[in-house]
Design a protein around this ligand. Sequence first.
Ligand code: 13P
Length: 254
Amino acid sequence: MQKERKLIIAGNWKMNKTVAEAVDLVNDLKLSLAPIKEVDIVVCPPYTALSEVSKAMIQSNLRLGAQNMSEQNSGAFTGEIAAGMLKEFSVRYVILGHSERRQYQKESDELIAKKALAAHLASLKPIICVGELLAEREAGLMEQVLETQVRGSLAGLSKEQMEETILAYEPVWAIGTGRTATAAQAQEAHAFIRGLLVKMFDENVARRVRIQYGGSVKGANARELMSQPDVDGALVGGASLEARSFADIIKNSI
Ligand code: 13P
């Protein structure tokens, strides 16, 4: 499949996997995905497994991401992890503003924007998540919600930083529910987000930024989703926890 932008498919393992399980999974992925160059492949284990997974990934085509980070660089912030600490493990990407963190940790767009700036200052590429709730979609508020989240979470980024930022459209009603957005619904939301990037930055930036779809992605629906012109990859939860299902998504996308 010829795409304008290189696909980026990331596995968000969420709060799953011991260190030993994480290393096993990465070793399996290394074997099955070794020849693939057409897709940027990222895995995002929990913090506790970053060190060992990082070692297991050396000389592979897999890249490492974290699931969150602090907006602060260091200091008295109990339980937090700074960008510089992630860099110690060759982390290159960091998921920011996942809907679970927006919901359970009450993360605001303002906080996410601060984290995104901190990530860029440490040369980490943020994967910034946005997405509407079912009630918001049903009330006809999807575009309004996405606009607020996109403008708020990207506030203060330069054009250069924006080009190194990945967006993930994850409709909350599709996460972990088995209810995937249709390809047309995903394309509509992605095109809307790209249109916002034109207004906020410019045409060139908007053309370069990759926008992932997330929400019940699996091998069976990956091809149709990835074939949409504005869908540039996937952020995968459940199906990234097993090598076979994650590899299927990647293989079916190229
Ligand atoms: P599922 O793929 O399990 O629906 O999760 C999506 C997600 O939240 C990825 O960040």
